[in-house]
Design a protein around this ligand. Structure first.
Ligand SMILES: Cc1cc2nc3c(=O)[nH]c(=O)nc-3n(C[C@H](O)[C@H](O)[C@H](O)COP(=O)(O)O)c2cc1C
Length: 245
């Protein structure tokens, strides 16, 4: 199999790292790999904040619910959907940035940031490093924004912790591809495919946790749909003056 594809199929999140910082060269290569991702209309509407300050890391780890791998890592990156830069540029050219606060432009920035992050993740794994995304920084988006000095027209989306893995793991089985892939139109999928996947995931958890966990995937999804979380996001995004139109 092609080496790149093999690497993609071998991905797993790493949640324990050595206390060994990445070098400046590694950080630069990771950021440049992120920047090489495709970007809507060439807007490059994101910023990446590298958090090396132990005090800020500690606070971000606390906000994230005490995840040690936010603090003890090679480098912690925070990906920011960033239209502030575009606003500054438009204004410097005496243009009215009329599209700035549209939902479409916000989507563009979020998609750009996510693509860049995944490029960085793939590059990191190719360099023998481990990665884990940290959406839990959004547990307190206001505090994170204050800590990182985020301006209006920008949203800190998630962290990406990258370092030297302290332990190895194995890929978590994904849905059978037939559940994800639709030909020509959106198609209803057979229940049997979900049932088979439920068995796979329940077995996966049973083996990994010695039986402490054994839930199915659809149980997990249904549970996650019950309770709205981070209900402050809408107000935060409005306060940042994004997605208003
Ligand atoms: C945007 C995003 C946010 C995530 N946030 C967290 C997080 O806060 N903490 C964590 O431990 N894992 C987090 N993850 C990792 C997922 O839990 C993980 O990717 C998923 O369970 C699949 O496991 P795998 O990456 O090992 O294949 C996040 C993943 C993504 C894409």
């Amino acid at each position: 199999m092609n080496q790149t594809v093999e690497q993609l199929l071998s991905h797993y999140s790493v949640r324990a790292f050595l206390d060994k910082p990445l070098s400046d060269d590694q950080i630069r290569l990771l950021v440049e790999s992120a920047q090489a991702a495709s970007t809507s209309n060439f807007v490059q509407a994101y910023s990446i904040i590298g958090v090396s300050d132990p005090k800020i890391r500690r606070e971000l780890a606390r906000i994230s619910g005490g995840m040690s791998y936010v603090e003890k890592t090679g480098q912690l990156f925070v990906f920011v959907a960033d239209l502030n830069r575009n606003k500054q540029i438009a204004e410097s050219k005496k243009e009215n940035p009329a599209s700035l606060e549209t939902t479409e432009k916000m989507l563009v920035a979020i998609i750009d940031a996510a693509l860049a992050a995944q490029n960085m993740a793939v590059a990191a794994e190719a360099m023998g490093l481990g990665i884990c995304y940290i959406g839990a920084i959004r547990n307190d988006i206001e505090r994170v924004s204050a800590l990182l000095n985020i301006p209006e027209h920008a949203i800190p989306l998630f962290g990406l912790t990258i370092g030297y893995p302290e332990q190895n793991s194995a890929p978590k089985p994904r849905m059978p591809y037939q559940l994800v892939y639709h030909e020509n139109e959106y198609q209803a999928k057979e229940t049997a495919l979900y049932e088979a996947y439920d068995t796979t995931i329940s077995d996966y958890y049973t083996n990994r946790t010695g039986g402490v966990r054994n839930e199915t995937w659809t149980d997990q999804i249904a549970e996650g749909m019950k309770k709205p979380v981070r209900m402050d996001m809408k107000a935060f995004i409005e306060k940042q003056k994004l997605g208003l139109k």
